[in-house]
Structures are given as structure tokens and as C-alpha cells.
Design a protein around this ligand. Structure first.
Ligand code: SF4
Length: 163
């Protein structure tokens, strides 16, 4: 008889400033992987999958999007403090772009959007994750590179001795 699976990989999936296309890619990957992953992964926080989410200790935090407000920066630091491995998902998280396009607007355009930044309490610059916290793994691509994501899930399952 196969041994029951007891320990699971504790995972969080988070989205900041972005179009959430990597979240869509992630949910598409569940078509092929859900049966295996549900036995191995405890999704502590993944709003795309469930309404009941907790922000507590995680083995791996997957973080999509760039950081554009002080509130987001604080939340990212909290996620970092709770996670052993933090994975930047997609180009916006890895290098800021394309979400950070406004950083390079000319002065006139910057002046035109100033009231929006003020109204929504946005930072002057949109930042990639690594400018604020330590990033352990980067998954590039717009949206993310599926193969590298799957390899990273596999790596984490091994690193945390789930498989
Ligand atoms: S990297 Fe591309 S797909 Fe991912 S959130 Fe940014 S714009 Fe969207």
C-alpha cells in the first residue's frame, strides 16, 4: 500500500502591479498538474484558487508583478519575512517592465500623470522585487516561462523533501 502523503510544500501565490497573465498561465498548468500537486502542495495563499487564504509561513512564495505603492512594498517585505524561498514570476517582477514604463516617461507626461500617483498613493518609481527584497529565483518571460516555472516547482519539492 502506498504511504500516505503527510508533509506538503507550503506555497503562496501573490500578484502586485501587473496584468496577471502569469496567474492565467499558472491556472492553465493546473489542467495537467492539479492531480499531482494537490497531494504535494498546500496552497496557503492563492486568491485565484480559493477565497480562504492565510498569510503565514511558506516554503515558497511566488510573486508576480512590480511594486508601485508603499502598501505593496510593505506587503512584499511581509511575504519575504514569511517565506524561505521567494520566486519572482514574470518580467514585471524580475525587471519591472512592462509595468514600470512610466518611470521613463518624459517630464511633460510625468506632470500629466502626477495627480493619479497622488490620488492612489503610488510611488514615484515602479520597482522590480529585487530592489526591495532578496529574490531567490527569477522566472523571466511575459508571461512567465512555463518550463522554468515547472522546473522551479520540481526543485522546491525536492529542496523541501516533499518528493
Ligand atoms: S510580465 Fe507580462 S504577462 Fe507578466 S504581469 Fe507583466 S505584463 Fe503581464
Amino acid at each position: 500500500m502506498p504511504k500516505p502523503q503527510i508533509k506538503k510544500l507550503r506555497v503562496g501565490w501573490f500578484s502586485f502591479t501587473c496584468c496577471e497573465d502569469s496567474t492565467i498561465v499558472f491556472t492553465e498548468l493546473l489542467n495537467e498538474n492539479w492531480e499531482a500537486w494537490k497531494k504535494l502542495i498546500d496552497f496557503r495563499h492563492a486568491r485565484i484558487l480559493q477565497t480562504k487564504n492565510v498569510l503565514d509561513e511558506m516554503d515558497v512564495a511566488f510573486v508576480e508583478g512590480a511594486i508601485s505603492s508603499p502598501e505593496q512594498a510593505e506587503k512584499l517585505k511581509k511575504i519575504r519575512s514569511l517565506s524561505t524561498m521567494l520566486v519572482a514570476i514574470g518580467a514585471c517582477a524580475v525587471i519591472g517592465l512592462p509595468s514600470s514604463q512610466r518611470n521613463d516617461f518624459d517630464e511633460k507626461t510625468k506632470e500629466e500623470i502626477e495627480f493619479i500617483l497622488t490620488r492612489f498613493n503610488h510611488l514615484d518609481r515602479v520597482q522590480p522585487l529585487k530592489e526591495l527584497v532578496k529574490v531567490d529565483v527569477e522566472i523571466p518571460g511575459c508571461p512567465m516561462d512555463e518550463k522554468k516555472f515547472l522546473a522551479t516547482v520540481d526543485l522546491a519539492l525536492k529542496k523541501f523533501k516533499i518528493i
